[in-house]
Write a protein that binds this ligand. Sequence first.
Ligand code: GTP
Ligand code: MG
Length: 195
Amino acid sequence: FFAGETDFLKGVVAMDGMPMADRMEVCFAGRSNVGKSSLINALTGRKGLARASNTPGRTQEINFFTLTESHYLVDLPGYGFANAPIPIVEKWQRLLKAYLSGRASLRRAFVLIDARHGVKPVDEEIMTLLDKSAVTFQCVLTKTDKVKGGAKDKMLEQVKSKLAKHPASYPEIIMTSSEKGDGIATLRHIIHTLT
Ligand code: GTP
Ligand code: MG
């Protein structure tokens, strides 16, 4: 589904630049370098759609993609360490928080967690913000191609126990690899069936 329909709409640097909240949207949040942009590319089947790179802090705007006539996909700047000047990072962190707590059409936030690193304090901070804003969020483990079975299961347990403390969390955790394609169809299905 997605391929051929998805397109970049705009990059936003301030709340007043947001497109009209006239359709539902899902966003991808997570620490810098966790794989947000890569996941959007994998989901849409369009490699260069969202710019991805190995430098943390690659995405510095809130990027809107039109998914279908009824959905937006939103790529967010990362939080945590970023390879950019502090005042700039602070500016996009403020924007990120304003977006996550004040976007009426935000239907679900996918909170991406690196399968090698698990949930960090900055992730919990974002989860708490989503709880307070009553935005349902769902965790997605990324880069599962980089961890072995046993470690993967352990990580899944760690994430589950963290989620138990967050009322806005959706219990199902999705395991993905943008590199290998694992979990991509599942995630597509979830987005597609949100109403
Ligand atoms: P920022 O925009 O800086 O916050 O980063 P991001 O979360 O958008 O991460 P991005 O998609 O740019 O990916 C960061 C790095 O991780 C890139 O070098 C990707 O190639 C790599 N990467 C992303 N997803 C995967 C994956 O599933 N498996 C592996 N092995 N590498 C991945
Ligand atoms: Mg990015």
